[in-house]
Design a binder for this molecule. Structure first.
Ligand SMILES: [Zn+2]
Ligand SMILES: [Zn+2]
Length: 103
C-alpha cells in the first residue's frame, strides 16, 4: 500500500484500490461488475423497432440502448436506483435527446 493514491486505470480518479496490480477506483470496479452481469443477461429487443439493443453501463445503471432509434431503456429496478441516486442528473444528461422508456 503506497502512501499516495494512484490514478485509476480507467477514469483517472485518485484511488487506493487495486485490482490485479492495477489501480482501479471503487466505482470502476462496480461498473466492471455490472458489465460482467450485463454479459450474462439476454439481449433485449427494442419495443419500438425490434432491433437488438446494446447494453451500456452509465453511472452504475445498466441500460439498453437501441442502435436504430437511439432509445434508452431502463428496467423497473434500474428506475428505483435512479430515483434515490444523486447521479440522476448525470444520467439525464446522458439520455438527453434520446428516447427514454421503461419496459
Ligand atoms: Zn475509475
Ligand atoms: Zn429502437
Amino acid at each position: 500500500m503506497s502512501l499516495f493514491a494512484k490514478k485509476c486505470d480507467r477514469c483517472g480518479e485518485r484511488t487506493r484500490n487495486e485490482e490485479e496490480g492495477k489501480p482501479v477506483c471503487d466505482s470502476c470496479v462496480q461498473e466492471m461488475q455490472l458489465m460482467l452481469e450485463a454479459g450474462k443477461e439476454n439481449i433485449r429487443h427494442c419495443p419500438v423497432d425490434n432491433a437488438a439493443m446494446q447494453k451500456e453501463v452509465a453511472h452504475m445503471i445498466l441500460v439498453d440502448r437501441c442502435p436504430e432509434c437511439r432509445g434508452v431503456w431502463l428496467d423497473g429496478g434500474e428506475l428505483e436506483k435512479l430515483r434515490d441516486d444523486l447521479q440522476t442528473d448525470a444520467v439525464m444528461a446522458m439520455t438527453r435527446g434520446f428516447t427514454v422508456g421503461m419496459y
